[in-house]
Design a binder for this molecule. Structure first.
Ligand code: T4K
Length: 401
């Protein structure tokens, strides 16, 4: 806890609350000894990639865990998103939220598909289905939803719109591994869903990703595209890229998969500590998760309301000075990044909720690397900074200008 008798916030001349940096996105790691023995096995067998035993086992285990017919693991989610869009035959325009990591838009733009940005629901932070139909044109071929923070999109309404207009539906489920929506595991919605297993994600394979789909024909096509279009030795029947996951990543995935329930439990407890620790701080709103769903609680998301004594950016600056590396996810919105800012200079006029949230939302550290004492101290910093907002504002402007 901050010692108010001597200590002040670092911004007010005190020492930082943490001597070492506390990060958002520290990886969760399962049994390291087991991982090492699997890595050793990979060296013994000298089989590093191209459909090795660990990749095959990992895909099987993922299908079981997610309850889907097919899982195609990849080197990362960005390539997986690109391959899914291409395998579905998406062209022209695809409707997508701007309140997401830029890879969601890039996976389309990279293959000359125009991302048409749709505003989000201010409560769920997910694409707002009531705004989708007005964006459909004769060039529209699909909808790409994102399950932001692991909270599922309104999949039924999106499906209804897609069926009516004969559009494909894919989901960026990068945040949503281990989560359910309507009681069903995320992974089985739309034509296909894509998970990210990047180091910063709830469940990681160092780098990696996976496509989940119940469509066997689509899965086969995706498998071909993942491996240069090879259908047999010396035979290529499709254009393709190299999207393969390597054995070391699959071995890490198998190791972490055994600990998913533990990771969820730690995150859930961390989230509750934040909920208690930040209770009653005016204008600091912790985004909640539906208790009837299984959620991975990987994102401790604060929305800083107008009535907060400090702005989101001021709170983030204070935390950084205390060595808490809070992040402004998602900032800025994709529509404010290049090339989209130049292509669609007026996009912000159609995205009022996205615009507001990109200025108000931030995430705090969680996961197995963060202790309960760390969380108590982080909450204390936020509370103290808001309590002493005038002093903090003056110190920040002297420091940063
Ligand atoms: N769709 C969505 C909605 C996504 O969020 C992402 C990825 C994707 C698609 C694409 O998935 P991938 O193709 O990556 O599989 C990071 C990640 O690079 C990116 O994977 C992730 N989203 C995004 C939200 O975050 P940065 O630029 O914020 O990463 P960086 O290096 O600043 O690290 C973030 C924090 O994590 C730091 O505070 C340090 C900590 N960290 C990071 C790494 C890599 C660690 O403690 N250990 C580590 O190994 O993009």
């Amino acid at each position: 806890m901050i010692d108010h008798s001597k200590g002040h916030l670092a911004v007010c001349g005190g020492k930082p609350s943490f001597t070492a940096k506390i990060h958002v996105g520290r990886p969760n790691v399962g049994d390291i000894d087991l991982a090492m023995s699997r890595f050793k096995d990979i060296f013994d067998r000298l089989w590093f990639t191209n459909g090795g035993d660990y990749v095959i086992e990992f895909e099987k285990r993922l299908c079981e865990y997610l309850g889907v017919r097919n899982c195609v693991v990849m080197c990362n989610a960005t390539i997986a998103l690109e391959i899914v869009a291409r395998s579905l035959g998406m062209t022209g325009e695809v409707i997508v939220p701007s309140f997401t990591f830029v890879a969601t838009a890039h996976c389309l733009q990279w293959q000359q598909i125009t991302p048409v940005f749709c505003d989000i629901d201010p409560v769920t932070h997910n694409i707002d289905p009531s705004r989708i139909e007005s964006l459909i044109t004769p060039r529209t071929t699909g909808i790409l939803g994102v399950h932001v923070w692991g909270r599922g999109c309104d999949v039924n309404e999106i499906d209804r719109i897609a069926r009516k207009h004969q559009l494909h539906v894919m989901y960026d489920a990068a945040h949503a591994f281990g989560c359910t929506h309507g009681g069903a595991s995320i992974g089985g919605f739309g034509d296909a869903e894509v998970f990210s297993f990047h180091a910063t994600k709830f469940f990681n394979t160092f780098e990696g990703g996976a496509v989940a789909t119940n469509n066997d024909a689509l899965a086969n096509k995706i498998r071909l595209m993942r491996n240069f279009g090879f259908t047999g030795v010396d035979r290529v029947d499709h254009v393709g890229v190299n999207g393969k996951m390597i054995e070391v990543c699959a071995a890490m995935g198998l190791t972490n998969l055994d600990h998913v329930d533990h990771f969820i439990e730690v995150n859930r407890q961390n989230w509750s500590l934040y909920e208690n620790g930040l209770k009653g701080v005016p204008g600091v709103h912790l985004c909640s998760y539906d208790p009837s769903e299984r959620m991975n609680h990987q994102y401790v998301v604060l929305e800083i309301a107008e009535n907060c004594a400090l702005s989101r950016d001021e709170i983030v600056k204070v935390l950084h000075l205390e060595n808490v590396m809070a992040r402004r996810y998602f900032y800025p919105g994709c529509h404010e990044m290049e090339p989209y800012r130049s292509y669609f200079p007026h996009a912000r006029l159609l995205l009022p909720h996205t615009e507001r949230l990109t200025k108000r939302v931030m995430t705090l550290p969680t996961g197995t690397a963060v202790s309960t004492a760390d969380i108590a101290r982080i909450c204390d910093v936020v509370r103290t900074a808001c309590d002493r907002s005038q002093e903090v504002k003056a110190a920040l402007s002297a420091l940063i200008g």
